[in-house]
Write a protein that binds this ligand. Structure first.
Ligand SMILES: CC(=O)N[C@H]1[C@@H](OP(=O)(O)O)O[C@H](CO)[C@@H](O)[C@@H]1O
Ligand SMILES: [Mg+2]
Length: 519
């Protein structure tokens, strides 16, 4: 076939380093940008096959999100904005790891298994973030698409943002004081900063943004951004924030957001994904009651959710809470089972899903001339929420607009929001091991089933501390084992995280120096 001549010719320009083996993980392929050229080419081909199969446009996103600027990554996005199905993730891994002279065969195998009609048209949308490696790598994707005869009608910088801006109206109509209107935004020197600059002037009446880390000098995600703020539990390095001032940080590709402020004693308060989910679900639940709509609402979290948030949601707010494995695709899938599914990872990656039935009921009520004012207002607010929230993948900018609108509508300060519940002190650490796959987990990653003895060791360490919980899992985006611990005090959380790290180091083949206690 003509296509395969082209595959062979083109792929020789994007050769695979012999022996290199990478896995399609939590967020696609992600590693040092230098190792990714052949992966990009091959994912361009796979996206073309997927497009021919589904007869729809497939997205390929070149980004490594919150990871350092030297890294990059790639993930495929299905027609409705969803992540790839497991069978296609396997194809991705097979294509990525096929040696150079075996590539044509690997491609043919996918075509046969999926019975793809190669005469069909294929369209692939290639998006990239602002990393220095992204232009060349996205070109490699485009080469892969053309090698199989696909088209790339659109490509360019994207932030995974496509929410409508119904919230502009709401925000501009609110009567907040100038202080309350002010928001510091840390753009992590990434794509989110560019988007904020674009929309700033539409918002001036309702939201006054001071933008930091706008990409004009600093490095992407370096000492700033949502991941830095969440994991380090402190503000971005070079931002001066006044006590009480409301701030938020995006990550490099603007699909995560966390809020924070420092109080008059200089203490840092983080409002992470769990607090965001709590704010949004509380707001939506109130509106459902006011609207008299009988729709179920659930919050989906992962094991990283702070224990206090889970207790508050279950016992005080009385919403359904579900726990899934790490990775938005798992949360997304679970959230789809409800009329309204609010899902957020603790790191600030998340969104709200409304079922078709829910959207229709809300719309009916909003258009119903006979409903009273309270009901109508509630229905309209629900409708604005549906419109602003990007229902396909997390989007920091629509999340920010929604959060700002909720605070404005409820007349709520960041301090009042923070006081909904108090986080248990917690700590996240990383441990290097020779092969992180020796750790196998169960129960939504909350328990380790291998290596032998590790879970028992964690259980007995946890018993030493009050209100304590800890778990370990292999990262899907970095070559490390992640350790999480929470407890009644920061000292306990730190000590527990360190002790569990040592157990991992000893029982799961730690490499390098033994983990040291936190200072
Ligand atoms: C603890 C943590 O924050 N893990 C992150 C991180 O995955 P790991 O598999 O833990 O490396 O990156 C994922 C992709 O962005 C994100 O979905 C996930 O929540
Ligand atoms: Mg991201």
């Amino acid at each position: 076939m003509a296509e395969f001549q082209e595959v062979l010719k083109q792929s020789a320009l994007h050769p695979k380093p012999a022996g290199l083996c990478l896995q399609y993980g939590t967020a696609g392929f992600r590693t040092n940008a230098k190792q990714l050229d052949h992966i990009m080419f091959r994912m361009g081909m796979l996206a073309t096959l997927r497009s021919k199969k589904t007869q729809a446009t497939i997205g390929v996103m070149v980004t490594a999100s919150h990871n350092p600027e030297e890294d990059n990554g790639v993930k495929l996005v299905d027609p409705m904005g969803e992540m790839l199905t497991p069978a296609w993730e396997d194809y991705a891994t097979q294509l990525a790891n096929a040696e150079q002279d075996d590539l044509a065969r690997a491609v043919k195998e996918v075509i046969q298994k999926e019975a793809i009609d190669m005469s069909r048209e294929a369209n692939v949308f290639v998006g990239k973030d602002t990393r220095s490696s992204s232009p060349a790598l996205s070109q490699a994707v485009i080469d892969g698409v053309s090698a199989l005869g696909g088209h790339t009608p659109l490509h360019g910088l994207v932030s995974e943002h496509k929410g409508e801006c119904a919230m502009y109206l709401l925000l501009n109509a609110s009567n907040r004081t100038d202080d309350q209107k002010h928001l510091c935004v840390d753009g992590a020197n990434g794509i989110g900063a560019l988007k904020v600059r674009e929309m700033e002037h539409h918002l001036q009446k309702g939201l006054q943004i001071s933008l930091f880390n706008d990409g004009s000098k600093g490095k992407l995600n370096h000492q700033c951004g949502a991941d830095f703020v969440k994991v380090q539990q402190k503000p971005p390095a070079d931002i001066e924030i006044n006590p009480g001032e409301r701030c938020c940080s995006f990550d490099g590709d603007a699909d995560r957001i966390v809020y924070y402020y420092t109080d008059s004693d200089g203490r840092f308060h983080l409002l992470d994904g769990d607090k965001i989910a709590t704010l949004i679900s509380t707001f939506l639940k109130e509106l459902l009651t006011q609207a008299g709509l009988d729709l179920n609402i659930a919050v989906v979290q992962t094991a990283y959710a702070n224990g206090s948030s889970t207790l508050y949601l279950e016992n005080t707010m009385k919403v359904i809470v579900k726990c899934t494995k790490t990775g938005v695709k798992h949360l997304h899938h679970e959230a789809q089972k409800f009329d309204i599914g609010v899902y957020f990872e603790a790191n600030g990656h998340g969104t709200v899903l409304f079922s078709q039935a829910a959207v229709e009921k809300i719309q009916q009520l909003a258009e119903d001339a006979n409903s009273d004012d309270t009901k109508k207002r509630a229905a309209l607010l629900l409708q604005s929420t549906v419109n602003v929230i990007n229902q396909t993948v997390g989007d920091a900018i629509s999340d920010m607009l929604l959060i700002e609108a909720i605070l404005a509508v409820r007349g709520m300060t960041v301090q009042q929001w923070d006081a909904m519940y108090t986080d248990l002190p917690n700590r996240q650490l990383k441990v290097k091991v020779s092969d992180r796959r020796v750790i196998d987990t169960t129960d939504a990653e909350r328990r380790a089933v291998s290596p032998a003895g590790l879970q028992d060791a964690i259980d007995s360490l946890v018993k030493k501390y009050r209100q304590a919980r800890s778990f370990v899992r292999p990262s899907g985006t970095e070559d490390v084992v992640r350790v999480y611990a929470e407890a009644e005090t920061q000292e306990s959380a730190d000590a527990l995280a360190h002790e569990v790290s040592l157990a991992v180091y000893r029982l799961a083949g730690g490499v390098g120096d033994e983990p040291k206690p936190l200072q």
